[in-house]
Design a protein around this ligand. Structure first.
Ligand code: GUN
Ligand code: ZN
Length: 440
């Protein structure tokens, strides 16, 4: 059948990871100065030196020449909110106040005909324009918000993970479901979307504050019934939030204990923020293999605090990184990692460019359990690819005049980069033009 599958090749400077630079140093990455990526049927069929692969290409293979640009696996964003694209940059509040004053107001609009579709289309355009090919998204409480997001993602053939938020208290009436409807609406969405094409479902109780014990129990039941689904929620972001959660669940050992008590802390669990963690909580995360999701721009913008990545590593806790749009202030994973660097600097920690680029590709793919499919340029992976021009802006080109090696060039890219540096984004080997919907 391979004759019928289109062959495409991308030529440029290839960069990807086979291990964590923090653990394996320079052995963690692969860099080919003049490389070729051969794509067949949407998958990476071969990767290597252009000089070795070019003579082997069948006649008629289309070669997109991206020299001297960098070609990397598409970026992965482990946590964002699809209903919050018009909440970004809302002034002057910390978490609980920000939720009530801005977020819950905007999220109600997703009950209106056509609004979820508008936001889903915008978000997917914006992610692809920033080189992000996979995201883990909270939708609103309305099942049609997840339906709209998956429909738009399926149309573009992007690999997305998403779920309808479950919330049955401490939110406006129009934004609440019930333990029963939250369960049955989520289950119907799982049956319809989980594993359909490239779409995957995340069971999404918003956080302990907006769910009754009955609803967290229903979410835990869903997780037990669908062990292949992801689970996503929020935890230990803000002191007032923590105090309120502890008040609502006095029987639980601590905030992490709440999710443990309802079967929501496991290896598929993506736990947003994890800023204010006790020793016991770090241990519980390590034991459960749960993932702490670091959201630097959001944590700074909402004044939530500094994520302690060194501590997570020391405790053996898996970490993902994310924009957390719209508490977060940028769609760019490059910009996100620039802020991560500063958050770590404030704690006497460091983050090399290679570690940052690993985090937003293979690192996040591992955190969401999809590293066999995405986040790499190794043969057999899905050809979700981003092409980057590190000298895209005047200021970056100027700065790069003095860069001596790849590590320095990449550090400039991570520190100053954003959507301006994205030359092209490929989804399953097909180029997508930012701002334009892909024709089916
Ligand atoms: N905690 C519960 N909901 C949210 C949200 O939408 N954003 C952030 N940053 N934290 C939350
Ligand atoms: Zn969030």
């Amino acid at each position: 059948m391979s004759e019928t599958k289109a062959l495409t090749a991308l030529r440029g400077r290839l960069l990807w990871f086979v291990d964590d630079p923090e653990a394996a140093g320079d052995a963690a990455h692969r860099y080919i100065e003049d490389g070729l990526l051969l794509i067949e049927g949407g998958l990476i069929a071969a990767v290597g030196e252009a000089s070795a692969l070019l003579p082997t290409l069948p006649a008629g293979t289309h070669v997109a020449d991206h020299r001297p640009h960098l070609i990397m696996p598409g970026f992965i964003d482990a946590h964002l909110h699809m209903p919050q694209t018009q909440v970004i940059a809302s002034y002057g509040a910390q978490l609980m106040d920000w939720l009530n004053r801005y977020t819950f107001v905007e999220e109600q609009k997703l009950g209106q005909q056509g609004h979820a579709e508008k936001l889903a289309t915008f978000l997917l355009d914006e992610l692809l324009a920033n080189g992000t090919t996979t995201a883990v998204a909270f939708c609103s409480v309305h099942p049609q918000s997840a339906e709209a997001f998956f429909t738009e993602s399926e149309r573009r053939n992007t690999r997305m993970v998403a779920g309808k938020v479950m919330m049955d208290r401490n939110a406006p009436e129009a934004l609440t479901d019930t333990p029963e409807s939250g369960y049955s609406d989520s289950k119907a969405l799982i049956e319809r979307w989980h594993g359909r094409g490239r779409q995957r479902y995340a069971i999404s109780p918003r956080f302990a504050i907006t769910s009754t014990p009955e609803q967290l129990a229903a979410a835990g039941r869903l997780a037990a019934e669908h062990p292949d689904c992801h689970v996503q929620t929020h935890i230990n972001e803000n002191q007032a939030e923590i105090a309120f959660a502890r008040e609502l669940y006095p029987e639980s050992a601590d905030y992490t204990g709440i999710y443990e008590d309802f079967g929501l802390l496991g290896r598929n669990s993506l736990m947003g923020h994890c800023i204010h963690m006790t020793k016991r909580e770090w241990r519980a995360f390590a034991q459960a293999r749960a993932v702490a999701v670091f959201c630097p721009t959001s944590n700074l913008f909402l004044g939530s605090g500094l994520f302690d990545w060194a501590r997570a590593r020391h405790e053996g806790v898996r970490v993902a990184v994310a924009t957390d749009i719209g508490g977060g202030t940028s769609y760019s994973m490059l910009r996100t990692m620039a802020e991560a660097y500063k958050v770590l600097q404030l704690q006497g920690q460091s983050l090399s460019a290679l570690a940052a680029l690993h985090a937003i590709t293979r690192g996040n793919a591992m955190a969401i359990g999809l590293d066999h499919l995405i986040g790499s340029l190794e043969t057999g992976h899905e050809a979700d690819v981003v092409v980057l021009d590190p000298a895209a802006t005047r200021a970056m080109a100027h700065r790069l005049e003095t860069a001596r090696d790849l590590a320095e060039e990449l550090f400039v890219l991570v520190t100053l980069g954003d959507a301006s540096n994205i030359v092209a984004t490929y989804v399953m080997g097909a180029p997508v033009i930012p701002g334009q919907a892909r024709s089916a």
